[in-house]
Each structure stands twice: as structure tokens, then as C-alpha cells.
Design a protein around this ligand. Structure first.
Ligand code: MN
Ligand code: MN
Length: 457
């Protein structure tokens, strides 16, 4: 099988390997959408991007970003051509499956303090137990201040986690179907077992009280503050090289920070563009893209209006024409062929690890339901740009017909009347705590995004 690795022989391998180092660093430090946004802003500012709130007018060559509530980002490099002619847009999501703390999470049960969770996104619950986990998030307090939480990823930090039933007593559990082996309501995180040192004989739940004391002393958080918090329980691990030849990366949250990082890097690395380049990083894809920070939010259109205004080109009609004349690569992870589970794919239309960026004409399920079905004229344009730039690419479907399926943000942008296609990087273990992707696919995706920004017209 010919793969993208073939291009990186004769000393060129370091290009691929070096790029992956930057990604591993980003992924290790982006355990939540907020952390991904924070890191993306830091990378963008280092490359000369300015916060749009601090900019009144823009001209060709200017670089600017709009921050959506610290949970999403929209970046632009203003092009030479008038905005009405449309933009080349890269989009990806930065939320990932995880366990969110409930609003009243903390309780004590027989000398153990636990945090109750509600899982976020589609997970196999049984994969999330008996492994080290970390707490990441933010607590918004009544006085308007915010406290960042980040416990479990520093090697000096403690970790937390969810227990699993010992095999010795699992006779009944082992008969259950996989979706019931660990019930969603049973994803309770053990966080403590030392009782509070108290003289008060009446005081109950001393282990819980001790955790409350610790939270107050260390973070200034009271139990009531959980009500206005977003705290996520995520795998405590750094992204690591995977494979004896170090050809892959294992880590939490490839879906979809892998496409977010590569899209971001592409827009950060262009200087002068003909058509305005845009990169959208959004939240809430894993739960349907709703809300103020999801792709369905009017945030994107509002930001385009602001951009037009700052460029001295705003009118409602210009905004509509700009959207209509735009092209988009909506990127999300694809299901990489897995030799352990070959039966779920149809070999001719499957994404293979190491064979470059994946284009999906459509996603969806049960007869393409819910998909964006990219127009062939647009795909033809894309093929030419990819081939002219020596990008290794493949096309695929998410599994064989009626095996399952999934959706992305592609249709939401396409509904704004622009040409959109699903693209992305193949991964194994999608939505598991540790996902796997090929370094050469990561690099080819980055190269594809660069080519798209510069050459699609
Ligand atoms: Mn995704
Ligand atoms: Mn997903």
C-alpha cells in the first residue's frame, strides 16, 4: 500500500516528526475547549494576530481574531480581494467527549467523597473507569471573578478516577450488554477519604467536609459555587508517541483538536492571501453544535459583519454575498481503518492511517441522513488544488452503509449558502479516552489546509 510516508524519505522525515511535536504540546495542554482557546490565542498573538476588540479598522494583510466567550475563536487574515468575493474557511471543533461535573456534584458515601458527573458526547462508558483522570475547568463566582481549575496533569498533582467492579465479583455485570456494563449514572469520581479533624460530635459527612475545606483553602471555592462552574473530568495524560517507530500520536481529544490545531497552524503560517482566510474553532459539536458557542450560533455571522465593518465594506447584501461566495473545509476526525475491526468498513471507501487527509463527500447515517453532501464541482476544484500542491489525500465514508454514522458542523455552514466539504484526519479509538492518529496524516492535513487557503478560488 502506498502511503504519505513515501514522500518523506531521504532525510525528510523530520519535517513530519517536528510538526507532530508542536501538536503534542498543544494537545497535552488543551484538555477543555477553554484551554484550547487560550492556547490558540497565545499561538496567534505570537504570529501577529490582534484581538478584534482592540482594532477599529482593517486592511489587506491584517490578522485578527474574535474570541467567543473564551470557548471558541474565529481568526482572519484579510485578503487582497474585496470581501464580497468570499473567503476560504477552515473549521473544526475544540470540545471533546468527557464527563462534566453536575451542578450539585459533591457527596459522601461510607467514608468516601465523590463527585457526580453527567457525560458529554457519545462515549462507551466502560472505557472511562479504572484509569487516572484529571479535573479541568472554571468556576465563576458571584463576585464576578473566575477560578481556573487544573488538577491531575502535573506529575506532582494527585489524580482522581472512577472505580470498576472487580472481576471476582462481576458475574452479573459480565452478562450485561456493553452499554449497561457501566451505567451513566454510576460515573462517580472518587476524590477523598480523610475525615475533617473536628471537635463537633454532631457534624456529619466529615470526609466531604474535609474536601470542602480543601477546595476553599486552595481555590477559594465554596460548595455553592459548583452551580456556576464548568468542570470537566478528563483523562490525566500527556500526548505521547505511539508505535515502536514513533509514527503515531496517542492522546486525549484528537477529536477534534487535531483538525483544530492543523487548521490553526495553517492560518497562522500564511502571510499574504488573495481571498480572505478564515479559521473557525467551535465548541459543542459533540452535543449537536447548539448554543452561543456552537456552530449554530449567530456568532459567526455577527463576526463576519464586524469584519466587514472594520474593513469599511459592510452592508447586509455584502455579508450575504460574502457567505454565498465562500468555500469551506469543515474538518473533523474520520474513522481510520482498524485491522482488529475490518468488518465495519467497506474497503474501497475507507480512510486508512497514513494515507493523508481524508475528504468525505458526505457523512450522516441511514441513507446519508443529516449530511452535507458536497457538490462535485467543488470537489473537482479541491482535487486540482490538492494535486497541484502534492498533498496526499483520500476519500472515505464513515463505515459501511447502515453500520452507524455521524454528523459534523459541515451542513451548518453549507446552510449559509456556501460550498462545504467534510475533511479531516483518520483516528483509531475515536471517543475513547486515548485516541490514536498518524503523524504523517497530521502533517498532510496541515499542508492541505495551507493549499486550500492559498489556492481555492
Ligand atoms: Mn468530531
Ligand atoms: Mn466526535
Amino acid at each position: 500500500m502506498k502511503t504519505a510516508w513515501d514522500k518523506y524519505k531521504n532525510g525528510k522525515l523530520s519535517e513530519v516528526m517536528d510538526f507532530a511535536e508542536g501538536y503534542k504540546e498543544f494537545l497535552s495542554n488543551s484538555k477543555t475547549e477553554r484551554e484550547a482557546t487560550k492556547q490558540a490565542i497565545a499561538l496567534a498573538e505570537a504570529k501577529g494576530f490582534k484581538n478584534a476588540e482592540e482594532v477599529t479598522s482593517l486592511k489587506a494583510g491584517d490578522k485578527v481574531y474574535f474570541n467567543n466567550r473564551d470557548k471558541g475563536l474565529c481568526l482572519f487574515v484579510v485578503g487582497e480581494r474585496p470581501l464580497v468575493e468570499g473567503m476560504n474557511i477552515l473549521g473544526a471543533h475544540i470540545d471533546s467527549p468527557r464527563l462534566d461535573l453536575k451542578q450539585h456534584p459533591l457527596y459522601e458515601d461510607n467514608g468516601l467523597a465523590l463527585l457526580d458527573t453527567h457525560y458529554y458526547g457519545g462515549i462507551k462508558t466502560y472505557q472511562w473507569v479504572a484509569r487516572p483522570m484529571a479535573l479541568h475547568g472554571v468556576v465563576a463566582k458571584k463576585d464576578g471573578t473566575k477560578v481556573d481549575i487544573n488538577i491531575g496533569d502535573d506529575e506532582n498533582d494527585p489524580v482522581i478516577g472512577i472505580s470498576d467492579l472487580l472481576i471476582h465479583l462481576a458475574k452479573d455485570q459480565m452478562k450485561k450488554t456493553a452499554s449497561e456494563v457501566v451505567e451513566g449514572e454510576d460515573l462517580n469520581v472518587l476524590v477523598g477519604s480523610i475525615p475533617l479533624d473536628s471537635e463537633d460530635e454532631e457534624k456529619k459527612d466529615l470526609v466531604k467536609e474535609n474536601i470542602k475545606k480543601l477546595l476553599l483553602e486552595k481555590y477559594g471555592i465554596e460548595e455553592d459555587d459548583f452551580v456556576s462552574a464548568e468542570i470537566e473530568v478528563v483523562p490525566a495524560e500527556k500526548a505521547r508517541d505511539y508505535g515502536l517507530d514513533r509514527s503515531l500520536v496517542m492522546g486525549y481529544g484528537h477529536d477534534d483538536r487535531i483538525c483544530a490545531y492543523t487548521s490553526l497552524k495553517a492560518i497562522l503560517d500564511v502571510d499574504k492571501v488573495d481571498r480572505t482566510a478564515c479559521c473557525i474553532l467551535v465548541d459543542k459539536e459533540e452535543v449537536g453544535s447548539q448554543g452561543s458557542t456552537g456552530m449554530q450560533s449567530r456568532f459567526f455571522e455577527n463576526v463576519i459583519a464586524e469584519l466587514l465593518e472594520k474593513c469599511g465594506q459592510y452592508s447586509e447584501l455584502t455579508l450575504r454575498r460574502l457567505l454565498s461566495n465562500s468555500y469551506m473545509l469543515s474538518s473533523d476526525v474520520s474513522a481510520g481503518f482498524d485491522p482488529n475491526y475490518p468488518g465495519v468498513n467497506e474497503a474501497k471507501n475507507t480512510a486508512y492511517m497514513g494515507k493523508g487527509i481524508v475528504f468525505n463527500k458526505y457523512t450522516g447515517s441511514r441513507g446519508k441522513s443529516g449530511c452535507n453532501d458536497a457538490n462535485p464541482e467543488f470537489i473537482a476544484k479541491l482535487r486540482k488544488v490538492m494535486d497541484d500542491n502534492d498533498v496526499t489525500w483520500q476519500t472515505a465514508e464513515l463505515g459501511k452503509v447502515n453500520q452507524g454514522g455521524g454528523g459534523t458542523i459541515a451542513y451548518i455552514l453549507a446552510n449559509l449558502d456556501m460550498e462545504v466539504i467534510d475533511a479531516g484526519i483518520a483516528v483509531q479509538n475515536m471517543h475513547a479516552p486515548s485516541e490514536v492518529a498518524s503523524k504523517v496524516d497530521i502533517y498532510e492535513a496541515y499542508r492541505a489546509y495551507m493549499a486550500f487557503i492559498k489556492d481555492i478560488a
